[in-house]
Design a protein around this ligand. Structure first.
Ligand SMILES: Nc1ncnc2c1ncn2[C@@H]1O[C@H](COP(=O)(O)OP(=O)(O)OP(=O)(O)O)[C@@H](O)[C@H]1O
Ligand SMILES: [Mg+2]
Length: 271
C-alpha cells in the first residue's frame, strides 16, 4: 500500500507535475485561455501574459495546447527556455523547430528562410503558426527585435505568426522600452494571486480528482486559511504547502490536516 492509499487516494493530489487532469478552472485562467484562443483563431499576432513566479503561466500553455487538440490547421511550437546568447542561436532553434531544411547558414539567410516558411505555411497551406515562448523574461532585446520583425509579416487580413509570450515581471521594462513592439500587442494580461475562496476550491478539487470523496474532512477550514495566508494566493506555494502537510500527517499516521500541521510545515520551510 502506498502512502497515499493510506489516506484513501488513487493518486498523489499535490504533485507538481503538470497533470492536465488537475487543472482547476480558475476565473482568471479561464479568461486568459478564452482570450488567447480567440486571438489565435483571429490571427491577431502578439499576446503577452505576465505573472509573478508560480502563478500558473506554464500550466496555462499546457491547457491552451490541449484546447486545440486534434485541430491540424493549427501548428503549435512551444519554446520552453529562450535563453540564447546570439541571434544566430535563436534563429537556428526556430529553423529546427519549424523543420526547415538547413541549406543556408547565415543570420540573414535564416531570417529569410523563416519568412519563406511563414508565407508558405500561412498562405499556401492555410495553416496557423503559433509560437509559444515560456520564460519570456529571458528573451534579450535583440531577440525581441527579431520577433517584432516576424510579426510584421502579414497578408491584407491577418498576421502570419501568432506569438504568445509568457513571462515573469522582469520583461515589463524591456517591452515598455520597445514601443514598436508594445504597440503590436493585441492581448496583454497581468496574472494576480488567487483568493481564499479559490484556494479552498482548488485544494478540494485536487483532493477530489485524486480520488477522495470528502476532502473537507481531511483539511480543516483553519488549515486552508493558514495555507492561503502563508502562500498569499500564489499557486505553486499553495500546492507545496498542501503537499508537505499531507506528507507530514502520513508520517505521523494521522488523518487530519489542521492549522497546527500547516503551521509546523510553514515553520520548517522558513529554516
Ligand atoms: N489552474 C490551475 N489548477 C490547478 N493547479 C494549477 C493551476 N495553475 C497552476 N497550478 C499549479 O500551480 C503550480 C505552479 O504553476 P506553473 O508552474 O504553471 O506556474 P508558472 O507561472 O509557470 O511559474 P514560474 O514563474 O516559476 O515559471 C503548479 O504546480 C501547477 O500544477
Ligand atoms: Mg513556468
Amino acid at each position: 500500500m502506498s502512502f497515499y492509499e493510506f489516506l484513501g487516494f488513487k493518486k498523489e493530489p499535490f504533485s507538481n507535475s503538470p497533470d492536465p487532469g488537475f487543472f482547476y478552472n480558475l476565473k482568471e485562467h479561464r479568461l486568459v485561455l478564452n482570450k488567447l484562443e480567440i486571438a489565435i483563431r483571429q490571427k491577431r499576432g502578439l499576446m503577452v501574459i505576465i505573472g509573478d513566479i508560480g502563478l500558473g503561466k506554464t500550466t496555462i500553455t499546457r491547457k491552451l495546447l490541449q484546447n486545440f487538440d486534434g485541430e491540424n490547421d493549427y501548428l503549435f511550437y512551444p519554446m520552453l527556455n529562450p535563453s540564447f546568447s546570439t541571434e544566430f542561436q535563436f534563429l537556428e532553434m526556430l529553423i529546427k523547430m519549424f523543420k526547415i531544411s538547413r541549406i543556408r547558414r547565415s543570420t540573414i539567410e535564416y531570417r529569410q528562410a523563416v519568412q519563406d516558411f511563414l508565407f508558405k505555411t500561412g498562405v499556401e497551406e492555410k495553416k496557423t503558426v503559433v509560437l509559444i515562448i515560456d520564460e519570456g523574461q529571458k528573451l534579450s532585446e535583440d531577440i525581441l527585435e527579431i520577433l517584432r520583425v516576424f510579426l510584421n509579416y502579414e497578408t491584407n487580413e491577418y498576421k502570419l505568426l501568432q506569438l504568445v509570450i509568457l513571462a515573469q515581471m522582469e520583461i515589463l521594462p524591456k517591452i515598455k522600452k520597445m514601443r514598436n513592439l508594445s504597440d503590436r500587442i493585441c492581448f496583454q494580461h497581468l496574472l494576480t494571486p488567487i483568493t481564499l475562496d479559490e484556494t479552498r476550491e482548488l485544494i478540494l478539487f485536487r483532493l477530489h480528482e485524486a480520488g477522495l470523496e470528502n476532502g473537507s474532512a481531511l483539511f480543516t477550514e483553519e488549515a486552508i486559511k493558514k495555507i492561503y495566508f502563508s502562500s498569499k494566493g500564489y499557486l505553486r506555494r499553495i500546492i507545496f504547502l498542501a503537499h508537505n502537510s499531507l506528507e507530514k500527517i502520513i508520517m505521523e499516521e494521522s488523518h487530519l490536516v489542521d492549522e497546527a500541521v500547516v503551521d509546523a510545515v510553514v515553520k520548517d520551510l522558513s529554516f
